[in-house]
Design a protein around this ligand. Structure first.
Ligand code: TXA
Ligand code: MG
Length: 343
């Protein structure tokens, strides 16, 4: 199959919408990362997403809508907490897990009784959903296990030959996936940190709890609340090691590890905040940004760029797990498969 990449003009968006109505799979930009969309009400179309991504069938998808009326047929109940969160953060990078209505095929939710729904803010995503007239199931548009795509070029690298069309809307601004909150239980529970921070959520739902799996590996045999969190994820081909501790110690540990890696004939790189690159003199550093939000936005691009440079070991400085730093640490720890050195 030939994969076309089209700048997201009105005509290109209409073409993509037509493909969606025909049950095909197309990639489109959102403010978080690029999505791989299909008609959420058509089980066969949704299976096409799993095939294009090589996604395990037990990892559920997010359904994208543009208005609250479109939510009602997808769920059996919208409680008060859900309404407060929607009012505060939709449209935007917040996904809510709600009780699933029968109209949503079980494959969308990997058989769970719930469904994850998000209202994106990106104008191209919104125009596409509106033009299709459908709720659109869409995971991130990467091959399963690879870093999420933040540009149309990233999508092309993973999906060439697998889907008919990629709408190019430029680089995604948030750069990490949406925050996922389960609102079906007693208290709202954060399953995945993302573009809306815990601090922002707490202002609206002070009883929010954070799933322990956000920053720690699952114990053997433990069941993931969000099935997507059990797979090694967001990962470059390079091995990732996270180094945490007092800044001077972190520099010493990273410098020593870097030297060991190069001595073995392997290529190393250091991932850190922009102000930290001077600390590593002549070593190969990659500056993610000046603050946690910039760093999170640049992480997936960094993973892909370092892979393309043939880097085999990425030594990443830990950041504080608050604000956008929580989403950044969540992605880093998963990419590292929880290989953390305490410096
Ligand atoms: O920002 C985003 O959310 C992007 C864009 C395209 O909207 N989408 C995205 O989808 O990141 P994906 O499939 O890569 O991640 C969806 C996450 C997974 O961790 C999955 O396990 C979780 O949401 N999820 C989906 N449905 C769920 C459900 N019913 N219950 C619990 N977790 C669910
Ligand atoms: Mg994903």
């Amino acid at each position: 199959m030939k994969t076309e990449v089209l700048t997201a003009s009105a005509a290109a968006t209409q073409r993509a919408a037509l493909l969606l109505r025909q049950g095909r799979v197309v990639a489109f930009p959102t403010e978080t990362v690029y999505g791989l969309g299909a008609n959420a009400l058509d089980a066969d179309a949704v299976l096409g997403i799993f095939a294009a991504k090589d996604r395990p069938a037990d990892n559920p998808l997010i359904v994208h809508i543009t208005n609250e009326d479109a939510l009602l047929p997808l769920v059996t109940e919208v409680n008060d907490r859900a309404r407060r969160l929607m009012r505060a953060f939709w449209p935007g990078p917040l996904t809510l897990v709600l009780p699933r209505a029968d109209a949503v095929p079980a494959v969308v939710s990997a058989g769970l009784p719930t469904v994850a729904v998000r209202m994106p803010a990106h104008p191209v995503a919104r125009a596409l959903i509106d033009a299709s007239g459908l709720p659109i199931a869409a995971p991130s548009a990467n091959r399963s296990g690879r870093p999420s795509p933040t540009t149309a070029q990233h999508v092309f690298a993973d999906m060439d030959g697998r889907i008919p069309l990629i709408l190019d809307g430029g680089a995604a601004q948030v750069g990490v996936e949406s925050t996922v909150v389960d609102v079906t239980g007693e208290a709202p529970r954060l399953l995945r940190p993302g573009g809306i921070t815990v601090e922002m959520l707490m202002e609206v739902v002070p009883d929010l709890t954070v799933d322990p799996a956000v920053l720690a590996p699952l114990a053997p045999g433990e069941k993931a609340a969000s099935p997507g969190m059990k797979h090694r994820h967001y990962a470059p081909r390079a091995r990732v090691v996270v180094v945490r501790g007092e800044p001077g110690n972190v520099r010493d540990v990273i410098s020593a590890r870097y030297a060991e890696t190069e001595k073995k004939g392997q290529k190393a790189a250091i991932l850190c905040a922009a102000p930290r690159i001077n600390v590593y003199q002549n070593l190969h550093t990659y500056a993610l940004g000046r603050n946690e939000a910039e760093m999170a936005a640049a992480l997936f691009e960094a993973f892909r760029a370092l892979d393309n440079q043939g880097v085999q070991v990425i030594l990443a400085e830990a950041v504080e797990a608050r604000g956008m730093g929580l989403a950044l640490m969540n992605r880093l720890l998963r990419a590292a498969d929880f290989d953390v050195v305490e410096a």
